[in-house]
Design a protein around this ligand. Sequence first.
Ligand code: ADE
Ligand code: ZN
Length: 334
Amino acid sequence: MDSFIKNLPKVELHLHIEGTLEPELMFELAKRNNIDIPFDSPDQVRQAYQFHNLQSFLDIYYQGANVLIHEQDFYDLTWAYLLKCQQDNVIHTEIFFDPQTHTERGIEFETVIAGITRALKQADQELGISSQLIMCFLRHLDEESAFTTLSKALPYKKHIIGVGLDSSEVGHPPEKFQRVFQEALNHGFLSVAHAGEEGSAQNIRDAIEMLGVTRIDHGVRCSEDPELVAELVAHRMPLTVCPLSNTKLKVFETMQQHNIIELLRKGVCVTINSDDPAYFGGYMNDNFLAVAHAHEITKQELAQFSINAIEASFISPHAKEDMITQVRHYLANH
Ligand code: ADE
Ligand code: ZN
């Protein structure tokens, strides 16, 4: 089963590029950019990654991003992640970035997007990995800051397929960003939002109704509302679930208690993703393996996660067909 998982073609739909900053690169960039970090070694950084909820993670995560200054830093960060994709047989990835984490520190939007897109283009050409880019608004910041960020993104619209919403969910409901999402939709961006990670099932309903999302990021707390689960099934509303993230941030105490398999068997379009792999202990293969080791699951069900992700992705119908054929072919031969 492990080798089936490792070689299965996969699509990632929930990945924060800032969350791929491995401690070794953090140290290298801190040195290169003359930035103080409160750790003596990469191992010491790893030991500090003990989280008890989302906020305890976010505090460390935003601090880590301080070492990212130059275009080359964003390129190095993104390229390192894409090499992990190659290792894990990820054939397509849709990447979040948080512009406000950088613009609030005086880094230009242009610097961030130039570094990321240079790596994405190279991965397409040299590794055969396709990608899309999604810009997230930080929900702990105000609506005005989100509007400013949207206006900064407009000159780079051809590089950005959609907008998303991340950071602290509790206390910052979808409603707060209804107007800026409407404006983004008017400009032709697609939309997604983190909802039902730590926050209630109601946030999932509100993200769908108020923010016009075509996917829900996390969404695992839908189980608290059986009618909502039935609606997610009926509308094939995808959930980009992140198993290792959910156990590290104590959304579920153990992987055995995780509801991803139950949701899959109910017919929800659930997918497996890595969220912030440098912080949560693993990339795509590790997430698939963790689920498969904690639950009785068939090869067909594992392949269904890939097929769901392809269906939920922001690529052309033709590209989807090609990828689904790859997965079906793999399943038939392994
Ligand atoms: N930003 C990065 N990872 C996140 C997560 N899991 N939830 C909310 N915001 C995030
Ligand atoms: Zn996330």
